[in-house]
Design a protein around this ligand. Sequence first.
Ligand SMILES: *Cc1c(COP(=O)(O)O)cnc(C)c1O
Length: 443
Amino acid sequence: MSSDSPATSDPRRAIPSTDRLLALPEVVAAGQRLAAQVIRRLITDIQAAARRGELPPDAVVPRVIEAVQTTQPSELSAVLNATGVIIHTNLGRAPLSDAARNALLAAAGYVDLELDLDDGKRSKRGTWAKAALLAQAPDADDALIVNNGAAALSLATTGLAVAQGTPEVVLSRGELVEIGAGFRLPDLITSTGTRLAEVGTTNRTTLDDYRGAVTETTGALLKVHPSNYWIGGFNSSVTTKQLATLAAEQALPLIVDVGSGLFESDSVLPDEPTIGQALRDGADVVIASGDKLLGGPQAGLLLGSRTALQKLAAHPLARAFRADKFTLAALEATLNAPSTPVYDALHADGDELYARSRRIAEALDAQVVAHEGRVGGGGGAGVPIAGWAVRLPEHFAHPLRTGSPAILPRVAAGRCLLDLRCVPAAEDERVLQRLRQIAEGVA
Ligand SMILES: *Cc1c(COP(=O)(O)O)cnc(C)c1O
């Protein structure tokens, strides 16, 4: 065939056909990992780019091979968190322990979720996760695990606040929390038809404010820990203990949302409310998230009195919010394992962090500077966590984020800061290699 005839001189005619591309050995091999329609879409997109002239026809084959080899069934990528923010909402909050990761893998197949293997009969779902939870919270009679903290709060207020007419939940104006991404707890509570009786002011609420709001339509008293902000200056709030006395007087349930999921007080965060203390102070139901300071999977935990928990477990919303086998498995493993990555990051040894930072900095002729980490969305709002960072020019940030492994540094005041608090020490070498590549302008 002559290459200079008008018909064949159109370069688009040289674009390889779909059949030819599908027959490439690399494409055939990718069929083991990717669905046929995914491969076809990659191919058609590249052919279309070539047709538009964005790609020479002879680049189509290598581009298709690269595309099928680099495309993953899930595009969610692992990220090394070098921000110093432990519970980083944009990075999926708590990273799981090895125990929890293994439990997730085991749960991926058929499991004895609702089956007693001994007698072959149906058993109660989530029994082991619940037992692990109660072992850590001996002040609770019973527990329930749902999808997340918001579901737990919604279930508790809907299921416990029952009264003549439309029930009301009494809540301080200092605790009207927006949890992020525009979601506000007051809206969540009222979305199931419960009314909110706001009491006090932003900075001060007294026990008399709560007492004055109790009417025959009051269904419950609620206390919410403002986990992502704090009120300083002229302020006062009512303790759980005081509220419990009022709740008992009025025969009302007291719901306490502590947010973070600490069972008992942590030396690094002495002001963070705990599940244990809230129960001892007289809360009927305590609510917390599983993937904040507890360091487990996304989950909503409800712990408290048997009467309250049985009522909640029987509510139709409990079925809508129920946790799946992955949550139950990962939560149980988190609770039974010796530590969590969140706990380890919170308690990381300063000297060790300094030594690790120093090693990386020296290899790059960079400096180690004092750096304050944060707990993040999980609690300890405003509490600085003293640590260190490797200080680099800001232009390192983009290649760090977009390279492999993806590394998220903190960018502040025109600098790229790498805080190793939440980076496993075993990854230091990969981090250093990546930094060297960027410094040498390789990628
Ligand atoms: C985070 C938080 C919630 C919401 O929990 P999710 O697990 O994110 O749904 C509710 N209440 C408080 C006090 C919180 O801190």
